[in-house]
Ligand binder design. Structure first.
Ligand code: S3P
Length: 174
């Protein structure tokens, strides 16, 4: 039985925040794929995109998730990770996957304030532009996200409610 939990979904949905809380409650380790990439490269995600480009970043994601050996761990992955290089198959093999699903308008609200840290959002100039970006990306990405074993609607939910929802799934699996 797989004893890892993988959280995925669009950037800004709260994967890392929820992941850390979940790991605490379940007494599991927590890892964030972007953090692992930054450690290995000695460079921030923004820096990697700027200096080496997105294709290079995607190759790092792929080789890391393929070589990752985790046990009793909650892993949160970047918003694009499931959508490249057949990564979703590997993620489904690595742990029980959860797609944290949120509506584009809620995402826009959350991402507008955090956009500076996201290289893919660096050229976005206004909230309508951000909404358009999210709509377009989600249309491409959702088919990959929907390959997750569990889909969780997190719209309008506080992090403690999302946590409870995930815990219900986890208990069912035990
Ligand atoms: C990306 C999401 C980011 C990070 C990189 C690319 C994406 O992670 O991996 O900036 O393609 O959606 P978060 O989802 O944690 O922001």
């Amino acid at each position: 039985m797989k004893n890892n939990i993988i959280l995925l979904g669009f950037m800004g949905v709260g994967k890392s925040t929820i992941g850390k809380q979940l790991a605490d409650v379940l007494e599991m380790d927590f890892k964030d794929l972007d953090d692992l990439i930054e450690k290995e490269e000695g460079q921030t995600v923004e820096g990697i995109f700027e200096l080496k480009g997105e294709t290079y970043f995607r190759s790092l994601e792929k080789s890391l998730i393929n070589s990752l050996e985790i046990n009793n761990t909650v892993l949160s992955v970047g918003g694009g990770t499931p959508c490249f290089n057949d990564n979703m198959h590997r993620l489904n093999g690595l742990g029980t996957t959860y797609y944290l699903k949120i509506s584009p308008d809620k995402l826009a609200e959350r991402l507008w304030v955090k956009r500076k840290k996201r290289p893919l959002l660096k050229d976005v100039k206004s909230i309508p532009e951000l909404e358009q970006f999210i709509d377009d990306r989600l249309r491409d990405r959702e088919k990959y996200y929907m390959m997750a074993e569990n889909i969780l609607d997190v719209n309008g939910k506080a992090s403690c409610e999302i946590l409870e929802d995930i815990l219900k799934f986890v208990k069912k699996l035990k």
